[in-house]
Structures are given as structure tokens and as C-alpha cells.
Write a protein that binds this ligand. Sequence first.
Ligand code: ADP
Ligand code: MG
Length: 578
Amino acid sequence: MGKIQTLPPLVSDLIAAGEVVERPAAAAKELIENAIDAGATIVITEIARGGTALLRVTDDGAGMSPDDAQRAFLRHATSKIRTAEDLRAIKTLGFRGEALAAISAVSRVTLTTREVSAEMGTAVEIEGGTVIDTHEAGCPAGTTIVIRDLFFNTPARQKFLKKDNTEAAQVQGVVVRAAQSRPDISFVFIADGREVLRTPGSGDLLDCLRNLWGRDAAKTVMKLSSGREGCTLSGYAGKPELTRGSRNQQNFFVNGRPIRSGALSTALENAFKHSVTVGRYPVCSLHVKMPEELYDVNVHPSKLEVKFVYERTMYELVYAAARDALMGDLPAPEYVPAALPVAPPKAEPAEYKPAAQTGPAPVSYAQTQMGVVAMESPKEETAPRMKTAETPQIAEPYRYVGEVLGGYLIVEQGDAILLIDKHAAHERFLFDRLKANAGAPMEQTLITPVIVKLAAEDCDILGENEELLHSFGLSVDLFGANSLAVRSLPDGVAADDAAALLSELAERLRSSRADDRRDAVLQGVACKAAVKVGRRFSAEEALQVVRWVMEDGIRNCPHGRPVAVKLPLSEIARRFLR
Ligand code: ADP
Ligand code: MG
């Protein structure tokens, strides 16, 4: 007799269950997907104690016949595909016929279901994979599945479960993604007897997001759309001011299936690269519609990942849509209501000079003076500039008008005026340049070292990060107990600013995690190297800042403050009561 034997079904079901239902949220995902596949218009998910004590999903979908109600729990029993050919273009969320078998192997399940046309419904009770009772039952059309005591017979799995709150949050995450995947279905989530969320099921994604993300967040989104090679993308992404500290709120859907995708997240983040602060992540709810043949969902046990045939196309779809939306979304300035007296702008009087007097006027300015509205196109750059490696961006034509109030640059583009904050823009520029050049520092050696007095703990932390600082062109040596000798400074930082730079860097280093230190130093240096509002740029320098903002789509300084605000003609006309 050989040693190899086929496992009894119960054991193989337990093994399969380990893959399909690793925690309550995974079971919830399968049940909700079944409800969606059954054509439900409302799906109610209820849990008690994180889903381990109770998980109930109720739908008003097609329901099951008495026979199907029992067959549903067999392994590889599915109504959704029949042939290998069907696997190539899966149109339903489920297709493996494994979920109910797996869930029922590790819990106590009660299924109640009725087809709309049937007089009576069916109730099936299953415990640890064995049917223990079936009977007729009066019940509404649709299906209710109750899962009790999940993992009661797999103590090893129980040990891996987190606190009830954590498991509940995971289940909620599943409902939140399902709700976005189908704005036409109303989703309700109830935890420990309390209704946590309810989407309207109106079919409008924004209605749905308003419920899931909150009213304020839903006001701070941009509509995205793009199309490429038979694939279309639509949905919403948060404006740069609506970001998160993690990728948790990046929601991608392919033909209504929630998926995780490194390529799509990277595309989104690359598009937002210049617009958000370091360590913040854009949020989105983006839906791709594409031929089923162009991706494979059969690559992940919980069907969370898909394999795209043309990954590059998918990347471009997201990148282009996000980039276009960001370009069109310069924040509008806030207005004092017209009925109130308008406060005069705050300005250093000495700084105020008409733009034409600030040096050689840019060509386009002169042309306008003669009545020609010159729409200047992007030209060769003399200043160093950071181009994103991806799709080159052709800016809409624009015209630089001049500088006002000692720090703001005015640009005309389309039927709007843009005001650029020179200081913020320059800071972002230096930040990106320093980042690109880190390792090959542009340093200025000081002829006589500058001695800076600092708190002892500031000296300590700067000393500990000596190498990091040095990579930005900043060399310091301990000089007595509470002082540092600064021998070289990053290019662009004035010797007078050395003390301020060092205490700022100490502060930033102290408050950042190890892997964020490089960016923390970058920000600190860029901030000090950037011009202060008030220092005049030559007209040529100002024009360079303008080009850089307009053509590279820079939207925020490294701290996340906007670099430009938009004043549309419609607003101007409104102010003149036209
Ligand atoms: P799959 O979804 O991969 O087909 P499942 O084990 O999740 O496998 O479900 C098995 C079958 O049970 C489904 O194919 C479907 O016919 C039926 N079923 C499960 N849940 C429901 C439901 N909520 N409403 C109607 N039918 C259902
Ligand atoms: Mg299923």
C-alpha cells in the first residue's frame, strides 16, 4: 500500500477555507459578491463582535430554488460558469463555486432563500460543512445568509484574528468598496446593532461618496475621465488638499470588481507627485470599463488582484485622467462678498511697482501693450527644471503679465487669470531640484566657518545625521558643548540663515520617522533657500518660475500650500456686476 491518499472532502474544504476565508471580512466579501451577482438592489450586512459571533448578509436578489439552496454549499458548485471557455471572460464577481463551501466548513450557517416566483422559501442549516436540517420557510424574496461562530472548529485561525474593532473595520472596508463598485445598489452596514452606513443606490457615484467619505470630502473631489484602446476610466479623485496618510482610500474597480493594483496606484501618485506633500497619498474612486478578455481575475484566492494584458495602457489611463484633472483644477481664490467693503490688499508700499518697471519686460508683455494678445507657447528653458519622466505635458497657451505686490506673478490663460505665489513656487522648485541632485550636492564652502549656538539636543540630532546633512551640502562640526561650526551650506542658503536652518532641521529631524528624514531635510533646506516674498526677482527669473509652474503643473509647495490660484473671467465679470 502506498502512503498517498486522497483527503476526505471535509479536510480539503478546511484547507480551501483557509485560503478563501482568512478573516470575517473575507467571508463578508464573498457573501456580498453573491448578493450582487444575484441582482440585488439592496444589500444589508450586519455583524456582531467584529463578525466572529455573527455575520448576516441579506439581499433582495434572485433567490434560490430548494435544490439549489443545498447544492450551493458543495465544493465547485456554481451557477456562474460552465466551461473552460467561460473562464476567459468572467462577467460575474464569483465563478469558483468555493465560497459557500469554504465558509460553511468553518462556521454554523443558516441560509433562507426564496425565488420571487416561488410561494414558499427554503431554509438550510449547515454546521462544519454538514447539512443538519432543511425545511420550507416563509420568507421574503431574496436571500439571507447567517454565519455564526466563524472559525469555531479551527482554533488556530481564531488566534490570528485581531481585536473585534479591527475586524469590524475590515468588514466595513469591504462594504465601502462594494458600495463604490455599484452606486446603483443601496448598501447598509450595521455593526453591533448600530447602523454605520447606508448608501442611496441612486446610481450616482458622487451621491455614494458623499455617504461614504462625508459631505466635505465629497466637495473636495475632481471628476476624472479618460479613454484608451477600448478601455475607459471614470470616477473621482480627491483634490490635492484631500489626501490621506496611507493608500487606504485608493479605490480601483475593473468592470465593477474592486481590485488592488500597484500599477494604478503608482500612476495616480505620479500624476499627483508635484501636488501633494511628502508622505500624503491621493484618494480616489476610479472605475475602469474594459473587455473581460484583457485581464485575468483568476490569479488571487480572494480575486483581489487581476493581471492586465496591457499594464502600460492601464497606467496611462489613470495617469492621463489624473493629470488632466489636476491641470484644470487650480484652486479659485476666495472672495469678500461684493456687498461688504473690500479691504485694500496688504503690501509693503516700498515693494509696489508696476510690473513694467521691474526690468526687461518679457516679449509677450510688450506685444500686449500693442493690443496683440500674444498666447505664448512653451519655449526652450534656460532654468533647470524637473520633468516628470512620464507623458510630457503640453501646457495650454498662456501669457505672463508681470509681478505685483512684491511676490505675486500674474498669468493670463484661457479665460482666467492665475496668480502665482513666487515664494511657494520657488520653494517647490528648489525642493525638486535638491531631491534630484541629492548625493551630488551643490554646496558653497564658507571662507570662515559660521558658529551657531544651539540647544544641546539640537546639536545631538544634527550630529547623528551628519552624513545625511552632508549629502545636501551642509557640513557641520561640533564646536564646544552647545555650538556647531558650519563649514559649508547648501547652494542658495545665505550664511545669515545658517542658524535658522540648523534649528529648523533639528526640529524636522526630531519629528520624522527614520525613512522620512531625507525628505524632512529636503523640505527644510528648500524652505530656507527659497526667496522670501519681497525679494525681487529679475523679470527673467520670474518668467522662469512662471514657465515652470505652467508647464510642469506644479500645484503645491512642499508643505502643501497652493502655488497658484485661479481667477476665472466669470468671477471677474460677476464682481463688476456684468
Ligand atoms: P460562486 O459565487 O463562485 O458561484 P459560491 O459558493 O459563492 O460560488 O456560491 C455558489 C452558488 O450559490 C452561486 O453560483 C449561486 O448560484 C448561489 N448563490 C450564492 N449566494 C447567493 C445569493 N445571495 N443569491 C442567489 N444565489 C446565490
Ligand atoms: Mg460567490
